[in-house]
Design a protein around this ligand. Sequence first.
Ligand code: NAD
Length: 293
Amino acid sequence: EQTVVLITGCSSGIGLSLAVRLASDPAKIYKVYATMRNLAKKERLLDCVKGLHKDTLDILQMDITDQRSILDARDRVREKRVNILVCNAGVGLMGPLEAQSLATMRQILEVNLLGTISTIQTFLPGMKAQGHGRILVTGSIGGLQGLPFNEVYCASKFAVEGACESLAILLQHFNIHVSLIECGPVNTDFLDNLQRAEPGDSSLQQVDAHTRSLYDTYLQHCGMVFQNAAQDTEDIVKVFLDAIQSSNPAFRYYTNNALIPLSSPKISALDGSQYIRNMSKIIFSTNGKGEQK
Ligand code: NAD
């Protein structure tokens, strides 16, 4: 019997790579439902799987902010079961907080937080009834530590951590494992897809000059971090496979060990001030390098 895997956000990036890898498994042990908000974007996935994968891949429309669309996708799963649910879809938002509109902030929370939670909610009864299941969530370093100019994104990803940890405690009683795959920077469309305040934006012009100059520094830092430390989606997929293949998966997996030391002051100095100082130094230090070494 095939392991049925349903993945959200498969038109690009991590979701696409994971879908391709699982659907191309030589032993054909996975049946992948690669879902995406906009089916017009399915060509890229189809190009990557090359050839026919009728028995291992199906592509379904699913917008995680639309309850109807989640339910429709669920009902189209022919096996009538999902063994592994991968909540991967997400969007970024970057810029000074004062430059963000309420509508934009809502949209980020709608996708990253409520979209993830309502996807899990929809598939939970089936998993409970079948007596087993895996829920894998693409987490972010931004869900473990605050990052300047990413307040709303971090808030959404921190919130996902809270939801998953809470669920993990309960779901042990149902033989359902929840795991977060915590990613640092990954080479995907994420930076292109994220909503970002750009230098010419009128919303940014209203922000004070000091904040704008710190934002410039941050953007340089961010560019450098992506250049030096970004992983390829294949690296992330390997970690997903570790979690999928483990008989007793951990709650958290870190894709990039280099990023763990950044979080450790949060644990060793519980008042939080050391992490804030360290991060400020790393990002805004005047040597202009901001290298995380
Ligand atoms: P990506 O932009 O290539 O992929 C995100 C996917 O989510 C896209 O295919 C997009 O269409 C989809 N999506 C957005 N809104 C959706 C909706 N309402 N319904 C369904 N799908 C929707 O970027 P990625 O890096 O592959 O992102 C995947 C996940 O990884 C996200 O949750 C992101 O927060 C997380 N992540 C990415 C990075 C990074 O540096 N790339 C770092 C940490 C975490």
